[in-house]
Design a protein around this ligand. Structure first.
Ligand code: KG4
Ligand code: ZN
Length: 367
């Protein structure tokens, strides 16, 4: 079964083709991605209307590119998976509309996929795929969650952020330091030449005794620290470009401290989740999963505790079409429907999106 996957939930248009024949892990036959980062950079963040319009321009040429990579015609596609949510409503509607139109034109079924399920399952496309059950740390720009995963569609939420997501904490701190958007990669690059012990930043909820996260306070602490440094260097009120008076070394030190604080919380809570569940396997997914310090510290902690840790391939950490095609393929193989819905909207190709959609809603009771 050949499945075309379309991702358009935010600022990346991703298309991919997987072969989900039989019961083996679906195989990636081709994938293509267009990142809108450059377009949004001028605004310091994603402009939803611009995002939607750009998805419209990109999605069909990317589909053609993927089919060319795989050396297959569109008519070879057996089903189309698309990101149904969560994400930006207008952006989701583009992928959903195109997927349903393709499905209708081909007379093939269409499946709306949960974006986080895509991230969660993305390590199955890596050279070292995990086995069920495992604990998953989902760390993206919009979500920070710990889940117990017993199989495809068998997800139990163990803890999540009560305010900002980890990626948001990276992005907002980067903005305060005058770094570009998205902030995570820029901040972690700058942090390499910084001293992670230079300033004291909080580790929110580290000892809360549960598996929840909170990163909003960290952003405020960074703001306070940056203001303090700006005042000291200017001997007066901070300018509107807050970080401008800071030296590159000061910025690097703040970046290193922010990264160390976020990573420490993520590592300790992940290990606590593994301990609580008694499982021996951890899977890390989502954009922040590309962070080198997070990987380094998790690798070390898991090696010490005799645990296995799995990541998606680096280029599949951030949003992409491959994870959506894969999730659709795994769901199809498992014969799974979304709760209360048909798995494939074969009748009517009614397209809808879920800009807000808790992953726990996918849990299959009784499985
Ligand atoms: O999963 P993703 O591509 O999109 C969402 O579903 O949100 O994640 C994007 C997030 C952004 O906040 C970005 O700053 C962060 O992932 N990110 C990183 C790194 N690469 C991407 N954060 C820290 N270090 C990185 N290397
Ligand atoms: Zn994502």
């Amino acid at each position: 079964m050949l499945i075309l996957g379309i991702e358009s939930s935010c600022d990346e248009t991703g298309v991919a083709l997987v072969d989900a024949s039989g019961s083996g892990t679906p195989r990636l036959l081709g994938h293509a991605l267009h990142s809108q980062i450059e377009m949004h950079q001028a605004y310091g963040g994603v402009v939803p209307e611009l995002a939607s319009r750009d998805h419209i321009r990109r999605v069909l040429p990317l589909t053609d590119a993927v089919l060319a990579q795989a050396g297959l015609p569109l008519s070879a596609v057996d089903a189309v998976g698309y990101t149904r949510g969560p994400g930006l409503a207008g952006a989701l509607l583009v992928g959903s509309g195109v997927a349903c139109a393709l499905g209708f034109a081909l007379g093939k079924p269409v499946l709306g996929v949960h974006h986080l399920e895509g991230h969660l399952l993305s390590p199955f496309l890596s050279a070292d795929p995990p086995e069920f059950p495992f604990v998953a740390l989902l760390v993206s720009g919009g979500h920070t969650q710990l889940m117990r995963v017993d199989g495809v569609g068998r997800y139990e939420l163990l803890g999540e952020t009560i305010d900002d997501a980890a990626g948001e904490a990276f992005d907002k701190s980067a903005k305060l330091l005058g770094l570009g958007y998205p902030g995570g990669p820029a901040l972690s690059k700058l942090a390499q030449r910084g001293d992670a012990l230079a300033y004291k930043l909080p580790r929110p909820l580290l000892h809360s005794g549960d598996l929840d996260f909170s990163f909003a306070g960290l952003k405020t602490a960074v703001l306070t620290q940056v203001k303090r440094l700006a005042h000291a260097s200017m001997d007066g009120p901070a300018t509107t470009r807050l970080a401008d008076p800071l030296s590159l070394q000061q910025k690097a030190d703040v970046a290193a401290c922010v990264q160390a604080a976020i990573v420490e919380v993520l590592v300790k809570k992940s290990l606590a989740a593994v301990k609580l569940t008694g499982l021996r396997r951890l899977v890390v997914a989502g954009g922040v999963g590309a962070n080198a310090l997070l990987r380094e510290q998790l690798n070390a902690a898991c090696a010490k505790g005799g645990l296995r840790v799995h990541y998606p391939e680096l280029h599949l950490c951030t949003d992409n079409g491959a994870m959506i095609a894969l999730a659709a393929g795994l769901r199809a193989q498992a014969g799974l429907a979304f709760t209360g819905e048909e798995p494939f909207a074969a009748s009517g190709y009614r397209f809808d999106v879920r800009p807000r959609w808790p992953l726990a809603e996918l849990a299959q009771p009784g499985l």
